[in-house]
Design a protein around this ligand. Structure first.
Ligand code: XUL
Ligand code: CO
Length: 434
């Protein structure tokens, strides 16, 4: 039985009018000597593809999932695996991501939940072996169950903290069993609603201990990671500790965790933090800490995490400029942490959504590659800083200049000439390629 009413999606090129074809994503076509699929490393998230019923705070789910009986049975969970792999196969998506509770049901106690999880992981392993699909990363859902209302690794209750640790221990083990390339921590409830009831210092110390224990356990079982932290400023918590890339880097440095972690940067989280995606990616990449990307977008008119599919070529171009600039992904990839609109309930809407995201990133890749080959953008930036290449500027960069010397320099040279940043010219330059 097949549920996605289409043959495998193939590349038909930019002139095709077939909505069920790629116009730009051509998996094996090389860009800068590497197949597009290796540059982009697309991943599908189990939670949005298989588990998102498309409800919102004002209304029930609309998604049509004829394969799903809505129960918490292991049988139902196993059935979803077949449907998910049908979807991946038809899309030509070679990576995926999950939360433990997306793939297996949360049952009455941890032992029962773990047993159910094991059964699904066994099936996932078989499907991976059969298809060559790989697990980009796994994670534990530490935010949905009521026990985590006050947080998980930052809960004020040590029993909740222990439950969360047990869940993460198991999720790392399952990730490892499936040959997962990474493991993600997204702290949706690792933060607070109000400081009136919160000891921030203790919560952050506890979170750091939690992550150190995760590192120790990974070492013990031979999982070499990396671990990712995924920043987000708020939602569901009022304030989340991992609020943006800079806050995460500071936390990881403060607690001696830099060697074991990288960041997983999500577009809609960046914009919720009042940053651009390229800002967050640049902060992470500059620290050598850009691991992976949750590729989606927000809506400028809506103030929450709408998790829409990337359709903005300008955005994907900027993302790919940074990814190419750092020499490409190693363990990470582009995970579509995105969902269809509630008004798009059909299984085939999932196909349209992913075609759009993949084509938009394919264009971003080709455009970014062309901009880099052209070289004018990079050359402009180099020139803008060229006063630091020699003379007093070079002494500043080498760390040999003093305030007294800089004063001397200024007294001798007088008022610096105001140079143009040529923002509008550069915006025009980018548009030449789009
Ligand atoms: C929530 C979010 C999560 C993480 C994984 O905003 O992005 O789905 O990616 O827990
Ligand atoms: Co995400």
């Amino acid at each position: 039985m097949e549920y996605f009413d289409t043959p495998k999606i193939t590349y038909e090129g930019p002139t095709s009018k077939n909505p069920l074809a790629f116009k730009h994503y051509n998996a094996d076509e090389t860009v800068d000597g590497k197949p597009m699929k290796e540059h982009l490393r697309f991943a599908a998230p189990y939670w949005h593809v298989m588990r998102n019923v498309l409800s919102d705070p004002f209304g029930a789910g609309t998604a049509r999932m004829p394969w799903d009986d809505g129960s918490d049975s292991v049988e139902n969970a196993l059935k979803r695996v077949d449907v998910f792999f049908e979807f991946l196969g038809k899309m030509g998506i070679e990576y995926y991501c999950w939360h433990d509770r997306d793939i297996g049901p949360e049952l009455n106690n941890l032992a029962a939940s773990n047993e159910a999880l094991d059964a699904v992981v066994e099936k996932l392993a078989a499907k991976q072996a059969e298809t060559g699909v790989k697990l980009l990363w796994g994670t534990a859902c530490l935010f949905a169950h009521p026990r985590y209302a006050h947080g998980a690794a930052t809960s004020p209750d040590a029993n909740v903290y222990a439950y969360a640790a047990a869940q993460v221990k198991k999720a790392i083990e399952c990730t490892h069993k499936l040959g997962g390339l990474g493991y993600t921590f997204w702290g949706g409830r690792e933060g607070y609603g109000t400081l009136l009831n919160t000891n921030m210092k203790r919560e952050l110390d506890h979170l750091a201990r939690f992550l150190h224990m995760a590192v120790d356990h990974a070492k013990q079982i031979g999982f070499t990671g990396p671990f990712y932290i995924e920043p987000k400023p708020r939602e569901p918590s009022t304030h989340q500790y991992d609020s943006d890339a800079a806050a995460c880097l500071n936390f990881l440095r403060e607690y001696g965790l830099m060697d074991h972690f990288k960041l997983n940067i999500e577009t809609n989280h960046a914009t919720l933090a009042a940053h651009t995606m390229e800002h967050e990616l640049t902060v992470a990449a500059n620290a050598g800490m850009l691991g992976s990307i949750d590729a989606n977008r927000g809506d400028t008119l809506v103030g929450w995490d709408t998790d829409q599919f990337p359709t903005d070529i300008y955005n994907t171009t900027q993302v790919m400029l940074i990814v190419l600039g750092m020499g490409g992904f190693t363990t990470g990839g582009l995970n579509f942490d995105a969902k269809r609109r509630r008004e798009s309930p059909d299984p085939i809407d999932l196909v349209h959504a992913h075609i759009g995201g993949m084509d938009t990133f394919a264009r971003g890749l080709k455009i970014a590659s062309a901009i880099r080959k052209d070289g004018r953008l990079a050359e402009f930036i180099d020139k803008r800083y060229s006063s630091f290449d020699s003379g007093i500027g070079a002494k500043v960069e080498a760390g040999t200049a003093t305030f007294a010397e800089l004063e001397q320099h200024t007294l001798a040279n007088g008022e610096p000439e105001l140079a143009s940043g040529r923002q509008e010219m550069l915006e025009n330059l980018i548009n030449e390629f789009i």
